[in-house]
Design a protein. Structure first.
Length: 401
């Protein structure tokens, strides 16, 4: 999908118009990194403890793209509501991708009056068409992943994206307006859906009150293990501020960085952000989980879990080894234990697959079922099942099965 791009030098105009404030910093091109945040003046640490951290960037809550923002846009734009009802409602990520797709269509086919524009309609013009995530690599480039934990993970992700794209086409084709703008004349392509997914995965952050969100401008700040700034959500209005570390000394034109998570393994950094941290990382191995064929609920579980299931193995501080695999705790539960997966009717007429534990809706906790079942009398049995599942997965990876 072709579309107009805006030069990053014009971002201050968009920012002022939409209430984003910069104080002594700007978004600029950085050699080898794309865009990043650089200082326009010298910053020194605060003189005393009573002086607050330097706040260098503020983004109002109205610009934060999360579940609430998608729902608000659907209330304002009936055509988007139709698309969301038909093809959304499965996961936050999927709904955000539909929102971004709607903005792309507004830009790409503006003459067709496909919906209501909003600040994101212009902001996506600053986002790169090429993102260095492995899902966007060429076939030759992906050969470099052979023999690594990312080989099957990337293959599975690409298959999942293709399946999502086919489902989107099937469901949206029944809507006259969306069938015309998405699939007739110059149709969108699988590559466009992969770009939207790459935008989401590489720019999403967790906010205390907003959950998984994309925050414009802050999403352009690069990572460093020696980060010099951090973001926080304001208590007054839910906006997001970027503040300098108290001990940060910043020179003119120096890059200002944040942390994407120092506990993330190199493979996870490459999969989600498109780079390997040159400053090193923790001793972690992340392996994909194969969904067992003998579980009749396996496909439904994978659908509700939404993310690519993995086993994370790491070295603990005392030299031991620990593992994390939320999906194993999901796989360990069956209907006779109290697990239920149902298709429920929504108030707006749509239908959605939901997860229940002992008749309580726990869909939003699908990634933390170990905690959900902690008070159950058979919790130890459930955990033992998860341990056995992880052991079997590792034996397969090691060629012992």
């Amino acid at each position: 999908m072709s579309q107009t791009e805006l030069p990053i030098e014009s971002l201050p105009i968009w920012s002022r118009f939409n209430g984003v404030t910069f104080d002594g910093v700007r978004i600029s091109r950085i050699e080898g990194k794309g865009f990043g945040l650089v200082s326009e003046r010298i910053f020194q640490p605060p003189p005393d403890e009573r002086t607050p951290n330097h706040r260098i960037l503020s983004v109002p809550t109205e610009l934060v793209l999360n579940a609430e923002a998608v729902e608000e846009y659907a209330k304002e734009d009936q055509r988007f509501r139709e698309l969301l009802n038909a093809a959304g409602g499965q996961s936050l990520r999927g709904d955000v991708l539909l929102f971004l797709l709607a903005q792309l269509i507004l830009v790409w086919k503006s003459e067709k009056n496909t919906g209501l524009s909003n600040p994101w309609t212009q902001y996506i013009k600053y986002l790169p068409r090429t993102v260095p995530l492995p899902t966007m690599w060429t076939d030759a480039e992906r050969l470099l992943l052979n023999g690594t934990s990312l080989e099957t993970a990337v293959q599975a992700k690409l298959l999942a994206l293709e399946r999502e794209f086919d489902e989107l086409k099937e469901k949206s084709s029944a809507l006259a307006t969306w069938n015309e703008v998405l699939w007739e004349d110059e149709p969108i392509k699988l590559r466009d859906w992969i770009v939207l997914d790459a935008w989401y995965r590489s720019r999403c952050m967790e906010l205390p009150r907003g959950g998984s969100s994309i925050v414009p401008c802050i999403d352009m700040i690069n990572h460093s293990r020696q980060w010099t700034a951090f973001y926080t959500q304001t208590s007054e209005n839910g906006g997001v501020d970027l503040c300098l570390n108290r001990d940060a000394e910043i020179a003119v034109d120096a890059e200002i960085t944040i942390s994407y998570g120092n506990e993330k393994a190199p493979a996870e950094m490459l999969f989600s952000y498109g780079f390997v941290d040159p400053e090193g990382g923790p001793e972690i191995v992340v392996l994909p989980v194969e969904v067992p064929e003998d579980d009749p609920l396996a496909r439904a579980k994978a659908h509700i879990f939404a993310e690519s299931p993995t086993i994370k193995i790491s070295r603990s501080g005392d030299g031991g080894v620990r593992w994390e695999c939320p999906f194993a705790h999901f796989l360990a539960l069956n209907e006779e234990d109290g697990l239920g997966i149902r298709i429920v009717q929504l108030t707006d007429g749509g239908r959605q697959m939901r997860l229940f534990w002992e008749d309580e809706d726990v869909t939003d906790s699908a990634g933390d079922l170990e905690a959900v079942t902690a008070s159950h009398a058979h919790h130890a049995v459930f955990r033992l099942r998860a341990v056995v599942l992880v052991q079997q997965q590792l034996e397969v990876k090691l060629g012992l099965r």
